[in-house]
Structure formats: structure tokens, C-alpha cells
Design a protein around this ligand. Structure first.
Ligand code: GDP
Ligand code: MG
Length: 178
């Protein structure tokens, strides 16, 4: 059976835990423990294949050091880089993460369509206080050869599930996963 490891990265408060919990339980709870890092596991059937999906949810304490980010990145087969559309600083942080992934030559696939790096603008329900336009998100995604999603962990279960399934599928296809 294939194991697929996904790292969900982004600054504190962007909704990483909310997205993961939404995907795993279908629920949006509102508040999420953030004191320790955590790996969630889920069995998934994609294209008739059984996969063991591992989702890495970093803690909110200073996991910022490049070395630990570096480690997380080498562990992962795929990446979900999250920012909050209502918080520009989180977009700046996401940009740095996308660039770091590319500097380290990680997540390289033959076709951009099969990218294992997904850029996610979360909290789309807060578009009345938006600080990052959809176009900026799309531009960064194109630059970093990422697939791009704007969605809301709070309001969109289907989109969240589709996004995680796609990145897992691509990470499985990319061949690194055994
Ligand atoms: P993390 O630090 O990246 O894991 O962020 P959390 O998942 O803990 O979420 C931080 C805060 O943002 C919490 O209060 C969540 O309820 C809230 N949040 C997460 N996703 C959304 C969303 O899609 N819309 C809104 N309005 N709030 C969200
Ligand atoms: Mg969290």
C-alpha cells in the first residue's frame, strides 16, 4: 500500500488545522489546539488504489527555523501551502515557503498539472475584508508551478476534500511515494 506524506504549511492562524480537520471529519469546529505538532492519518481510495495518507500539521510555536522547515520539506511527498486571504502578511509568508520549496528543488514533477505543491488561499468567506486578490494568488501559483485554490474551511467541505484528494493523488503519481 502506498504511503503519501503531505505537509500543510503556512503561518499561524491561516487555518491549517481547520482545513485538515474539515477534510478528516467534515466538520468545522472553530478552535483548534495548536500547542504541539501532529500527524493525522487517513486511508483514502484514489483511482481504485488504497493509500495511507499522512498529514503533517506543524505546531504554532516557533517551527520557523529554516532547518526544521527544511526537515519537514524533505519528509513530505506533497505540500499544501496556506495563506489567509484577509491577511497580507500570511501571503508574504506563503510566498517565502513556495520559493524555499523550489530552491530546494522539491516537489518537481514533469507537468505543472501534476504539481504536488498546492497554494491555498483560505477564509474566502472573509472576502469583504480581503487583503490579497485572487489574481495575486494565481500569479504566485504560476510562478511557483503550484496548483491554486481559493476556498473556505468554514464553508466549503467539497472543495477542501477535492483539494486534498488531488494533491494526494498527484503526490502518489509523482513516484516518490512508495
Ligand atoms: P492554524 O494556526 O493555521 O492551524 O489555524 P487554525 O486552523 O487554528 O485557525 C485559526 C483561526 O481561523 C480559528 O479561529 C479558525 O476558526 C479560523 N478559521 C479557519 N479557517 C477559516 C475559514 O475558512 N474562515 C473563517 N472565517 N475562519 C477560519
Ligand atoms: Mg494549527
Amino acid at each position: 500500500m502506498n504511503d503519501i506524506k503531505l505537509a500543510v504549511l503556512g503561518s499561524e492562524g491561516v487555518g491549517k488545522s481547520a482545513l485538515i480537520v474539515r477534510f478528516l471529519t467534515r466538520r468545522f469546529i472553530g478552535e483548534y489546539a495548536s500547542s504541539s505538532e501532529c500527524i493525522y492519518r487517513k486511508r483514502l481510495s484514489i483511482d481504485g488504489r488504497q493509500l495511507n495518507l499522512e498529514l503533517y500539521d506543524p505546531c504554532s510555536q516557533p517551527c520557523e527555523g529554516k532547518s526544521s522547515l527544511n526537515e519537514q520539506m524533505h519528509w513530505a511527498d506533497g505540500f499544501v501551502v496556506v495563506y489567509d486571504i484577509s491577511d497580507r502578511s500570511s501571503f508574504v509568508a506563503a510566498k517565502a515557503i513556495v520559493h524555499l520549496i523550489r530552491e530546494l528543488h522539491l516537489g518537481v514533477t514533469k507537468r505543472d498539472m501534476d504539481s504536488v505543491v498546492f497554494l491555498v488561499g483560505n477564509k474566502q468567506d472573509l472576502c469583504h475584508v480581503r487583503e490579497v486578490s485572487r489574481e495575486e494568488g494565481q500569479r504566485l501559483a504560476a510562478e511557483g508551478k503550484c496548483q491554486f485554490y481559493e476556498l473556505s474551511a468554514a464553508e466549503h467541505y467539497q472543495e477542501v476534500a477535492l483539494m486534498f484528494s488531488k494533491v494526494a493523488r498527484n503526490a502518489g503519481l509523482s513516484g516518490k511515494a512508495k
